[in-house]
Design a protein around this ligand. Structure first.
Ligand code: FBP
Length: 284
């Protein structure tokens, strides 16, 4: 029922496609890097209002952000409580557990959100934490959203978003029981030597973004799980919409876009989100 709440909400309700606003960048990158480009975004209410006015499917944030808006906005839009977080002051590729299933229930959230870093020295601890929290969340009827972001000693910056690595990370999130899987848009080239051979031999098409998205969806149980793609650092409207069109053409379920939305003035953000929704409503 909680997953259905997310899928049925907003302007994309009932289409199987979704756009979600994630605002955990204050934790992950710090407040100045996140909110100074649009100071209105220091206010947690701003993000609830933006997500509601844009007609999005859900709003995802850490505990403090959801608590600060709960009294005013509870029930107005499905929320995803981000229950772990990293920060840019740390040199380790790890996340601390910063919220609980009982917090999510108390705040009327529809889901918990959890980040794993496949490839990091701490990946197994993160996966074990996810296992426990996901079991508890599902027992309470909450959906589970997993941010699967590869990083660690064997991956350079390009490797983190390489096609084979993204597919591997997405598949692991599906295996961990995620209802919604969030990865970065997959890029060329392939990263692992072994994967290069397999991908070429098995003729897995990674020639363009839509083909790569199609493969990521395939690795998430052939479309039996929902896959959404993040927006990344602020970029131009045309570049973002081109990516969204490729996600849609490749059968992805949607976008989870933070900085590209809340770092713009609100009217521009609303315009951009409306254009993204139009793409997802169109025939792929
Ligand atoms: P953006 O659209 O701003 O990229 O948000 C997506 C997101 O997953 C956030 O939820 C998270 O804070 C951020 O990206 C993490 O990015 P990174 O780990 O690459 O710094």
């Amino acid at each position: 029922a909680n997953l259905a709440r997310i899928l049925m909400e907003g302007k994309l309700g009932g289409t199987g496609r979704m756009v979600i606003l994630p605002v955990d960048q204050g934790f992950e990158h710090g407040p100045a890097r996140s909110f100074a480009p649009n100071p209105a975004a220091y206010d947690p209410h701003y993000h609830f209002e933006l997500a509601i006015e844009a007609g999005l499917n859900a709003y995802a944030a850490p505990l403090g952000m959801i608590e600060a808006g709960a009294a005013t906005f509870a029930g107005s839009i499905p929320t995803i409580l981000k229950v772990n977080s990293s920060n840019s002051l740390s040199t380790t590729k790890d996340q601390a557990v910063t919220g609980s299933v009982s917090d999510a229930l108390r705040l009327g959230c529809s889901a918990i959100g959890f980040t794993i870093y496949p490839g990091s020295e701490y990946q197994f601890e993160m996966m074990e934490e996810l296992r426990e929290l996901a079991e508890e969340a599902k027992a309470a009827g909450l959906a589970v959203v997993v941010w699967s972001y590869p990083r660690g000693p064997m991956l350079d910056k390009t490797g983190e978003t390489a096609f084979d690595i993204c597919a591997y990370a997405a598949h692991m999130a599906a295996l961990m029981g995620a209802h919604i899987i969030k990865v970065k848009p997959p890029m060329e080239p392939l990263s692992l030597e072994a994967a290069k051979k397999v991908y070429v031999e098995r003729k897995i098409d990674g020639s363009d973004m839509a083909a790569r998205i199609r493969h990521i969806v395939q690795t998430c149980f052939n479309g039996r799980r929902l896959v959404v793609f993040s927006g990344g650092e602020a970029k131009g409207t045309d570049a973002l919409l081109a990516e969204v069109k490729a996600i849609h053409a490749g059968g992805g379920n949607g976008s989870i876009v933070g900085r590209n939305a809340f770092q713009r003035p609100k009217d521009e953000a609303l315009k951009l989100l409306a254009s993204m929704i139009e793409v997802y409503k169109s025939k792929p």
